[in-house]
Design a protein around this ligand. Structure first.
Ligand SMILES: *Cc1c(COP(=O)(O)O)cnc(C)c1O
Length: 361
């Protein structure tokens, strides 16, 4: 029996996608082989790869002057790839909103002069700091943010105004989750996201990069780390993660059936709405993130004691609600509800939390 899986990543996938994969595991369409067995240099694979790119372009309304890459190495590899490709003047500004930002900053420091313009470290990253544009460096090569902070349950609700400095965003945990300027590609120089949270399975990383930022890699940049090498090879420079890309394509088709980003945004608002509403009215569960910075994808909270948290996690598990434990350095609970998380699962969880509260007053 499938459980209600609130994993922060890899996250649950749409059931119809899993069923389709199962049905064509051995033979894809009439090709006589599984997608996993296809050469990446054949038309049958191109018929998966390029339509997947086109679909992403359509769903996110990506302008023509952006390139869409399907790379390997996770979002983590982008932490070094971005500076190698963008840091012409060896200067970049970063905002520190948690572990993922810290990792990005640490890696970027190998390549140049990094200024951390703001941080929310003082309060365990439970908010997005106010950004003062006068502290941004106008000659920076780019300005980096993490739009959704998976571990703490915070998200930007307003983009910084960086003027002519390209905005670079790690959108791993909230890409394609809402409409509006926060996710409008033309507001960014580069967007990257590991697929395993909101796009598909692990193994592929999506990079959306504005054309003018490609082709200026630092001289020592290895070929695999140079965006222009991938673009010049029609996006298939070496063997891409073929099966993962195929599943991404199926997930994008599923998303389109849900009404695209506008459609899924309604579901996301509903899911987060009922859970926050419960937390705000609960005397037992205490929401962790500041109201103004709340994530729609990862919702964090605590209970009054560690024992009670352990009891909740145990009983939830016995009732089919899994992966509710908070990140190791943060503790508490974390409920992840990416695009593929059915609203029904969240409704059931809220009911279970209500019942738990009544029994543990
Ligand atoms: C999960 C996550 C990462 C790490 O991604 P990998 O694909 O494992 O390298 C980076 N940034 C954010 C915001 C994440 O949520």
């Amino acid at each position: 029996m499938r459980v209600c899986n609130f994993s922060a990543g890899p996250g649950c996938l749409p059931l119809p996608v899993l069923e389709k994969i199962r049905n064509e595991m051995v033979e894809h369409e009439d090709h006589g082989m599984s997608v996993m067995e296809m050469s990446h240099r054949t038309q049958m694979f191109y018929d998966i790869f390029y339509p997947a790119q086109d679909l992403l372009k359509k769903i996110m309304n990506i302008p023509d002057n952006y390139k869409i890459l399907f790379l390997t190495g996770g979002a983590t590899t982008q932490n070094s790839m971005i500076p190698m490709n963008l840091m012409k003047n060896k200067k970049a500004d970063y905002v520190n909103t948690g572990v993922w930002s810290e990792k990005s900053i640490k890696e970027a420091k190998r390549f140049g002069d990094i200024k951390v313009v703001a941080s929310s470290e003082d309060r365990m990253y439970n908010y997005i700091p106010t950004l003062d544009a006068s502290t941004f460096r106008p000659d920076a090569d780019y300005f980096h943010i993490t739009t959704n902070n998976t571990i703490y349950g915070t998200r930007y609700t307003q983009l910084p105004n960086t003027g002519n400095v390209p905005l670079v965003a790690d959108m791993s945990s909230n890409i394609m989750s809402e409409t509006g300027p926060l996710m409008d590609v033309q507001n960014f120089g580069l967007i990257y996201a590991g697929a395993q949270k909101n796009i598909g399975p692990s193994g592929v990383t999506v990079v959306i990069v504005r054309e003018d930022l490609i082709g200026n890699a630092l001289p020592f940049t290895p070929d695999m780390m140079d965006y222009s090498v991938h673009v010049k090879a029609n996006y298939i420079y070496n063997t891409p993660p073929t099966f993962a890309i195929y599943v991404v394509k199926l997930c994008l088709e599923w998303l389109q059936e849900q009404g695209g980003i506008a459609g899924i945004e309604k579901v996301n608002n509903y899911k987060a709405g009922i859970l926050y509403d419960f937390l705000d009215n609960s005397k037992l569960f205490i929401p962790s993130a500041e109201k103004e910075s709340r994530s729609l994808m990862n919702i964090t909270c605590t209970l009054s004691t560690k024992d009670l948290e352990a009891k909740f996690i145990k009983e939830a598990g016995e009732n089919g609600f899994v992966n509710l434990k908070g990140y190791k350095t943060v503790g508490g609970l974390r409920i992840s509800m990416y695009n593929a998380q059915p609203a029904e699962n969240v409704e059931k969880l809220v009911e279970f939390m209500k019942k738990f509260e009544l029994q543990n007053k």
